[in-house]
Write a protein that binds this ligand. Structure first.
Ligand SMILES: O=P(O)(O)OC[C@H]1O[C@H](O)[C@H](O)[C@@H](O)[C@@H]1O
Length: 522
């Protein structure tokens, strides 16, 4: 990768485009040797074979004994026969629901049309709808959208305050595949309380998207919610944006959902059968492998040069890190796999962390996303002969060159514009890349056992907090003494007592050290 003519040749060799989709991938600035792809042939074959089985309904998630069916959501004809009607029917009914909300056939209890949607969900049950809302909704969508995607009460208070009296015409989607996620349960209860405070009946504004028979599903039935849509165990949260999880909010916001699905289906079709050297998903998986030596040694920095795609790095962060970040491989060997993903957008990031990318520790590769069309409206020249869009391209190309000049690797993906179709296409591309890469490094991409450890520790912490509150004396005691009394760790006790004190639920007299602080009942 030295002279400009050899770079031009390398570009020709490693540039693949799908003209029908307006999509291209350029891996010429990755530092693999020319024989690399051929040398990976046996692994590539294995990955293609595993994908074929997965798409045919194999138990591709062995730990949970589940099929992996997100690829069927955009082409139900590939799904096992018994699932097809349910996939199509659910899609139709989510779109019909949105249509009825728009037309006023489904109204708010006050007789007016719904004007806003509040999504309560977290992780895979929020990131997809958030990305869609940011990237492909009209500037002034038919319904404005807000999210409760955390159990931060202050965050929720701010949203409720912003919505104000419009809560009367707000439909709330509570989204949880498992139906038991605590943050989402809390968000739902907080939302219900906010409606109640305005004299509104939450049930008449509430819609559930969840697994049939889940805690949430039962609750929604018992409370008489507006309606419910199903989630299936064969769709993982992080790949659920094309199920009801993503389609309802998208449709309510005026997104052409069928085009969104068609984009993913089109990328699936391109990358399902093409041989490795012209297969964008396989090439990307091979680049991840080459950059990180199959061990995730290099982070992936996602740099879309387009404001609308600012959440794409966050979306990929969950998709990639929750799928690939695994302690064990499929043979039970300890491997501690994964690829760290971060990023924001260009050229904004050039004024922040790109300094380190150019000059600092070389522990990453960049994925540039270039959008060919600069804007929808007529061009405007910021100086004679140049538009803002020319600058955006200049900064992308300049950064790619500057990085390559100091031995930093990058992949560049180009799409014609940001639309429902091209967002679907990008999501489809990365989903298949994750599936391929998982086989290359022999991990199960479809479970997330590590997430459970933090959840269990949080549950224990809350149980212990209850016993500490019960033991708080009127006269004051140290954290250590209270911890010994209820049989818990002294630091945990101090942390929860400090939290209680900060929120007016305990009194604290600070000592010289945490051990000398004294806590009492209020
Ligand atoms: O949709 P839910 O069941 O509420 O799950 C929400 C999220 O939380 C879990 O902890 C998982 O790690 C995520 O993959 C999932 O998307």
């Amino acid at each position: 990768m030295s002279t400009s003519s050899s770079l031009w040749n390398r570009f020709q060799q490693y540039f693949v485009r799908y003209p029908k989709l307006g999509f291209s991938i350029d891996i010429s600035r990755m530092a693999f040797e020319d024989g690399f792809i051929d040398s990976m042939a046996p692994s590539i074959e294995k990955a293609f074979a595993a994908m074929k089985e997965l798409e045919a309904g194999a138990i591709a998630n062995p730990d949970e004994g589940r099929m992996v069916g997100h690829y069927w959501l955009r082409d139900s004809s590939l799904a096992p026969t018994e699932l097809r009607a349910e996939i199509d029917g659910t899609l139709d009914s989510t779109l019909k629901f949105a249509e009825d909300v728009h037309s006023g056939a489904i109204k708010a209890p006050n007789g007016q049309k719904f004007t806003r949607v509040l999504v309560v969900g977290i992780g895979g049950s929020a990131l997809g709808p958030q990305l869609v809302a940011q990237a492909i909704t009209p500037a002034n969508p038919p319904l404005a959208i807000d999210f409760f995607d955390n159990t931060d009460p202050d965050g929720m208070d701010r949203i409720v305050e912003q919505i104000g009296a419009e809560l009367a015409t707000t439909v709330t989607l509570v989204i949880s595949k498992s139906g038991g996620t605590k943050e989402t349960r809390n968000g739902m209860l907080e939302a219900a309380a906010a409606y109640k405070a305005q004299g509104l009946d939450f049930a008449k504004h509430a819609v559930a998207v969840t697994g049939v028979g889940s805690e949430l599903d039962k609750y929604a039935i018992a409370q008489g919610w507006m309606t419910r849509f199903p989630m299936w165990d064969w769709v993982g949260g992080r790949t659920s944006v094309m199920s009801a999880v993503g389609t309802i909010a998208a449709a309510l916001q005026g997104v052409d959902v069928r085009r969104f699905l068609a984009g993913a289906a089109a990328m699936d079709a391109e990358t399902r059968t093409r041989p490795a050297k012209e297969n964008a998903a396989m090439l990307l998986a091979l680049m991840w492998y080459s950059a990180g030596k199959g061990k995730g040694l290099k982070d992936m920095v996602v740099l879309p040069y387009k404001d609308r795609l600012v959440l794409f790095s966050k979306y990929l962060q969950q998709l990639v890190m929750e799928s690939l970040g695994k302690e064990h491989d499929l043979d039970g060997k300890i491997v501690n796999q994964g690829i760290a993903v971060y990023g924001n957008k260009g050229s904004t990031d050039q004024h922040a962390y790109v300094q380190q990318l150019r000059d600092g520790v070389n522990n990453f590769f960049v994925t540039f996303i270039e959008v060919a069309k600069a804007r929808d409206t007529a061009g405007f020249e910021v100086e004679p002969g140049f538009t803002s869009g020319d600058y955006l391209q200049g900064f992308l190309r300049g950064t790619r060159k500057a990085l390559a000049g100091s031995g930093r690797e990058s992949v560049t993906l180009t799409i014609p514009e940001v639309s429902a179709f091209t967002l679907g296409l990008l999501i489809g591309l990365f989903e298949r890349t994750v599936s391929f890469y998982a086989t290359l490094v022999n991990v199960n991409a479809y479970h997330q056992p590590g997430v459970e450890a933090g959840k269990k520790a949080a549950t224990d912490f809350l149980k212990q907090m209850a016993s500490v509150i019960g033991a708080l004396p009127a006269g004051g005691a140290t954290a250590e003494a209270l911890a010994a009394q209820v049989g818990i760790d002294a630091e945990d006790a101090w942390q929860m007592l400090s939290h209680l004190a900060a929120n007016g639920r305990a009194k604290v007299t600070l000592g010289a050290t945490p051990a000398a602080d004294s806590f009492a009942k209020v």
